[in-house]
Design a protein around this ligand. Structure first.
Ligand code: NAP
Length: 284
């Protein structure tokens, strides 16, 4: 039996994409997204193709620059510089993780902040920390905020626990929720009594990459549980939350698949359109 209200990320994302497509249709120019993929990681390849498909479906141009696994840091930086200087390119993202010979932070620092549609350049990270409206906010946390706002118009005073402290999910999510007046606690693999901490939360964001780790016994009655995880058990995709168990206790829950994943892609498109508008001095 499922009691929680399921937040349909796929449906929300479809509406956002419709809206973006309408905006682009009114423009004389098309936004153009450059995706850089290094190596042959199957999951990254599938993910980048789905970003490209989504971008094209709303009327954007999107090219995947697929580089060899052994590419040097210098060659990768040269490509980024070319794209930075190309007025026809409005958004640049580098698919992570990168191979060992490449320092990811150094690469991200080379993406021009106004084209950094993933929001991983330290300049945009700093703007987000400073609660600046100029920040390009990373797509996954931005999509999660959108889902929370689909239920709560105001997050002020809510206690949020984020499970995971990665640079791409946990840390920017922490800043974003603080900026929205939540009381935020971050837990990670070294946290003690994690269940007791999670039990205090009005909002739980699970981003630890551990299949079905979060159980109903960890959840406060009435909580909003967001599942970021993408894991596979016997070839089947599941999240970090034990959905069947937790949905009996939580008030709201996001499913996997069909929750945070589609919202992440929709927010990437939104960031790209915003970057395009800003670079061309357009109000769309
Ligand atoms: P990550 O870089 O591997 O970080 C995982 C975080 O979880 C780390 O901070 C780690 O702690 C913490 N952790 C690991 N085991 C834990 C445990 N037993 N208890 C508490 N914390 C634990 O992962 P990520 O990139 O943030 O991604 C997290 C998950 O979200 C993955 O399944 C990923 O595939 C998925 N994801 C989905 C989307 C989407 O669009 N839906 C986007 C991004 C990521 P330490 O720091 O102590 O190691």
């Amino acid at each position: 039996m499922v009691d929680a209200h399921i937040i349909d990320g796929k449906a929300l994302a479809a509406k956002i994409k419709e809206n973006i497509a309408r905006k682009i249709a009114t423009c004389p120019l098309k936004p153009n997204l450059a995706v850089i993929l290094v190596g042959n990681d199957e999951a990254s390849l599938i993910y980048d193709r789905s970003k490209q498909k989504a971008a094209q479906s709303v009327g954007m141009d999107c090219h995947i620059y697929h580089l060899d696994e052994n590419v040097s840091e210098r060659e990768l930086i040269e490509l980024i510089s070319q794209l930075n200087n190309d007025h026809h390119v409005h958004g640049i993202l580098v698919q992570l993780p990168l191979p060992k010979q490449i320092n990811s932070l150094r690469i991200l620092m080379h993406i021009s902040p106004e084209k950094d549609v993933d929001g991983f350049n330290p300049y945009n990270i700093g703007l987000l920390q400073a609660n600046s409206s100029q920040a390009i906010v990373p797509a996954t946390p931005k999509g999660i905020l959108y889902m929370l706002h689909s239920v709560y118009s105001d997050l002020t005073g809510k206690s949020a626990v984020i499970i995971g402290r990665s640079n791409i999910v946990g840390k920017p999510m922490t800043a974003l929720l603080l900026n929205h007046n939540c009381t935020v606690t971050v837990v990670h693999s070294k946290t003690q009594n994690i269940e007791d901490v999670v039990k205090q939360a009005d909002i739980v964001i699970a981003a630890c990459g551990k299949p079905k780790m979060i159980k109903a016994s960890w959840i406060k009655e009435g909580a909003f549980v967001v599942d970021v995880g993408i894991n596979r058990i016997d070839g089947k995709i599941c999240g970090d939350v034990d959905f069947d168990d937790v949905s009996k206790k939580a008030a709201y829950i996001t499913p996997v698949p069909g929750g945070v994943g589609p919202m992440t892609i929709a927010m990437l498109l939104e960031n790209t359109v915003a970057a395009f508008a800003q670079q061309n001095d357009l109000e769309i």
